[in-house]
Design a protein around this ligand. Structure first.
Ligand code: NDP
Length: 247
C-alpha cells in the first residue's frame, strides 16, 4: 500500500526537474497526478514516461484562464484535490543594474503571482486535510548577486505560506514550503558550464555536504509533506540543501 494511495495531486511545472521527479514519486506511492507546464512536448514526454495515473494539462501559471482550465479538468475528472505542489518557477539571474521592467514583471508574474493564484483558484477544490506544498528556495536568505528578483519572489512565498497556514487550518488544510539548495535540474542551463552549481567549486565548498542535490531528494521531502506522516506539520519552511543555509 503506497503512502498516497487514492490521493489526487496537482503539480505545476510537472514536466521537468523537481516537478517531474515528484510526479513520478507520487504516482509510485499510489496517487493520481495532474501535471501542468507551458511546453506541450515536455508534458507529453513526462506523461508517456510515467504511464498510468497521470494527466497532463498544458498551462501557464501566470495566465488565470489556464489555471481555470486546469482546475475545470481536475473537477470534471476527479472532483477534488488532496495535494497541491505549487512548484513552477523560472530563474533569470541578472544584475540589478540590468533588470528591465519586463524581466521584473515576468519573474514576479510566474514565481510569486503564479503561485498565489495556483493556490487561490484551487481553494474550492481542496479537500479537508489537503496538503499545500510550495517550492521556494534558500536563495532569498543570502544576498546572492544577480538573484535580486528571483530571491524576492521566493521570500514572498514564505509569507504566503504563513498566512495560508493560519487561514486554512479550520478546514484541516496544511501549508508548507520547501527551500531547496542548488539542485541538478535544467533550470541551471541559464549558466555557462563553469558557473553551473555542479562545477562551481566555491559553491560546493559552502555546502556542508559538498555536493548539489538531486531532484529526487526534493521529491522525497514533498512526499513527506504530502503524506499523513506530516499531519501535524503546517507553516514550516523545510530546507533541503545539504546544510547550505543552516550553517
Ligand atoms: P526546471 O526548469 O526543470 O523546471 C521548471 C518547471 O516550471 C518546468 O516544468 C517548467 O515547464 C515550469 N514552468 C516555468 N514557468 C512556468 C509557467 N509560467 N507556467 C507553468 N509552468 C511553468 O527547474 P526546477 O525543477 O529546478 O524548478 C522547479 C522549482 O524549483 C522552481 O520554482 C525553482 O525556483 C525551484 N528551485 C530550484 C532549485 C534548483 O537549484 N534547481 C533551487 C531552489 C528552488 P515549462 O517550461 O514547460 O513551462
Amino acid at each position: 500500500m503506497g503512502r498516497l494511495e487514492g490521493k489526487i495531486a496537482v503539480i505545476t511545472g510537472g514536466n521537468s526537474g523537481i516537478g517531474l521527479a515528484t510526479a513520478k514519486r507520487f504516482v509510485a506511492e499510489g496517487a493520481f497526478v495532474f501535471i501542468t507546464g507551458r511546453r506541450q512536448s515536455e508534458l507529453d514526454k513526462a506523461a508517456a514516461e510515467i504511464g498510468n495515473n497521470i494527466t497532463a494539462v498544458r498551462g501557464d501559471v501566470s495566465d488565470l484562464q489556464d489555471l481555470d482550465r486546469l482546475y475545470a479538468t481536475v473537477k470534471e475528472t476527479k472532483g477534488g484535490i488532496d495535494i497541491l505542489f505549487a512548484n513552477a518557477g523560472i530563474l533569470e539571474p541578472i544584475p540589478t543594474a540590468h533588470v528591465t521592467p519586463e524581466h521584473y514583471d515576468r519573474v514576479f508574474d510566474i514565481n510569486a503571482r503564479g503561485v498565489y493564484f495556483t493556490v487561490q483558484k484551487a481553494l474550492p477544490l481542496l479537500r479537508d486535510n489537503a496538503s499545500i506544498i510550495v517550492n521556494g528556495s534558500g536563495a532569498w536568505t543570502r544576498g546572492i548577486p544577480i538573484y535580486s528578483t528571483y530571491a524576492a519572489t521566493k521570500a514572498a512565498l514564505r509569507s504566503f505560506v504563513r498566512t495560508w497556514t493560519a487561514e486554512l487550518a479550520p478546514r484541516g488544510i496544511r501549508s508548507n514550503i520547501i527551500s531547496p539548495g542548488p539542485i541538478d535540474t535544467p533550470i541551471h542551463g541559464v549558466f555557462p558550464p563553469e558557473r553551473h552549481p555542479a562545477h562551481n567549486d566555491q559553491l560546493l565548498q559552502m555546502i556542508p555536504m559538498h555536493r548539489i542535490g538531486q531532484p529526487e531528494e526534493i521529491a522525497d521531502a514533498a512526499l513527506f509533506l504530502a503524506s499523513d506522516e506530516s499531519r501535524y506539520i503546517s507553516g514550516i519552511d523545510l530546507p533541503v540543501d545539504g546544510g547550505l543555509n543552516s550553517v
